[in-house]
Design a protein around this ligand. Structure first.
Ligand code: AMP
Length: 280
């Protein structure tokens, strides 16, 4: 079932809650792949009624970014979601989510939103936290499922939930990858065959760094240099960042002595890919 209207969605969800059903929520921007579906399956395994939202959120895109071009296919998304265990697809118009004149935003301040993707996409996380708050207010889920693929997003949302005393549990699900190692992303569709082949360098570099760390290399700069060199060997890759930070606070570190995030963002043509690994 697809619902586009907030009032209608609320009525349906109230009926579930009255029966004592727990609500699992999977927010997405659509064009679903196995990564999204793994979140839906986990939500289905852990909660009684699963809501998947499909909403390409304009406030998290900068004017020069790919909001208009972002791939969309609601018919396919609905079919895949239902098959993975979704009970309801929430597919609102922009005007439903942001009533005319809406000017209220939720922003997590501090380093956590100013490093990594926050540097190259300055308004991005403000858009994400605002829309996720709106969605949480509408759906009022018990659990909300997010992918470790967007590790900084998860850290920011966990901080928002804590800071605002929201009652939702954030559940973080592992990164789903192609056989080649490339992390699944709706944006992979933009890659040419040659770019796609070269993009596997991201996961290769991250796995090698993981191994190096296990073997005793704890110097963050040495590991960053290793990844940078490896990615730069691919002529179609242009690095946006390669960083190692503490996780989830995202503070600079010199040595890997605590839980750390190794994160990369690399452009192949106009397509910007991100990937990461957590070193425990
Ligand atoms: P998006 O539609 O890109 O906004 O992603 C919706 C949710 O799916 C986010 O929580 C993402 O982190 C998650 N996700 C996207 N790609 C993957 C992946 N390859 N593995 C696991 N989760 C993912």
């Amino acid at each position: 079932m697809i619902i586009s209207n907030i009032a209608e969605l609320r009525t349906l969800l109230s009926a579930q809650k009255v029966q004592g059903k727990t609500i699992g929520f999977v927010p997405t921007m659509g064009y679903l792949h196995e990564g999204h579906l793994s979140l839906i399956r986990q939500a289905k395994a852990e909660t009684d009624f699963v809501v998947v939202s499909v909403f390409v959120n304009p406030t998290q895109f900068a004017p020069h970014e790919d909001f208009d071009a972002y791939p969309r296919d609601i018919v396919r998304d609905t079919e895949l979601s239902l098959r993975a265990g979704a009970d309801l697809i929430f597919y609102p118009e922009v005007s439903e989510m942001y009533p005319e004149g809406a000017s209220t935003f939720v922003e997590v301040e501090g380093d956590i939103t100013h490093v990594l993707c926050g540097l190259s996409r300055p308004a991005h996380f403000k858009g994400v936290t605002t829309v996720v708050n709106i969605l949480f207010n509408i759906v009022q889920p018990d659990n909300a499922y997010f992918g470790q693929k967007d590790a900084q997003q998860v850290a920011v949302l966990q901080k928002m939930v804590r800071d605002l005393h929201l009652s939702v549990h954030i559940i973080v699900c592992p990164i789903v990858r192609e056989k080649s190692g490339l992390a699944l992303s709706s944006r992979n569709k933009y890659l040419s065959a040659a770019q796609h082949r070269q993009a596997t360098v991201l996961s290769e570099a991250l796995y090698e760094v993981h191994q190096k760390c296990i073997n005793g290399e704890k110097n963050a700069q040495i590991l960053i240099n290793f990844i940078t060199k490896k990615i730069n060997e691919k002529p179609l890759a242009a690095i946006d960042y390669v960083q190692i930070l503490s996780y989830p606070m995202l503070q600079p570190i010199e040595k890997i002595t605590e839980k750390s995030l190794v994160a990369v963002a690399v452009k192949f043509g106009n397509t910007r890919l991100i990937d990461n690994i957590i070193l425990e």
